[in-house]
Design a protein around this ligand. Sequence first.
Ligand code: SAM
Length: 236
Amino acid sequence: METIEPMIESTADGSQTLRHPLLHDTYHSMRGAEGESHYIFIEQGLRAWLDRNAEGTESRLSEGNESPSIRILEMGFGSGLNAWLTWKEARDRGLKVYYETLELYPVAETVASQLTYAMDERFMALHRASWDVDVPLDENFVLKKRRCSLVDCRFDTTFELIYFDAFAPDTQPELWSLEVFSRLYDHLSEGGMLVTYSAKGTVKENLRGAGFVVKRLPGALGKRHMLRAEKPRKDE
Ligand SMILES: C[S@@+](CC[C@H](N)C(=O)[O-])C[C@H]1O[C@@H](n2cnc3c(N)ncnc32)[C@H](O)[C@@H]1O
């Protein structure tokens, strides 16, 4: 498989990010890669979804005696940082996760292995997992990395949560379009959420145009805003 070799850069909270060799954007905020990922996707995404859906989750737990479960779609596997943080959170909470992630430019393993996160062997397990198949990484976490472009990827399941982590709308406007958000909306379950770091006007407009109820939240690490967009339940 063809891979790219992004440059490794340090961010203000001491954690590392990558810089894309063709698009020149960094994969995270220079204010702090790990801090930003954790705040936007874990705190405002996964935890918010769990808080909102705790009732259903608990009843599923008591009925089936099974772990609570969630299907997450990530736009942009990149360095694997969001996937790694999600897997950690899933283990801490006893949560079953199906994690599907799209990537058009897979990062070379030789680069991933130089990141400090690679000290945790689970981080490299994410990178070494095969592409385009379901890979159970433990009893609670199934990873499916898909080598495809968001623009023409088709999905054969629905998701409860979407981590929308594309490069900036100014760099790749085609990924933040009404058409893309409409397709994602169709593959989100009722009560599902999409979280993203961008709160740009056109992004909000396109999310609303696709049917989402959009909420502006304080951004990560001193940034003004981020967005959480929800697909309302029919009874709401
Ligand atoms: C902001 S970075 C994602 C960071 C990543 N979530 C992480 O935790 O490191 C955006 C990612 O989108 C990928 N990408 C760019 N264009 C794409 C496309 N059309 N379809 C799928 N992925 C794309 C880039 O290669 C990059 O990995």
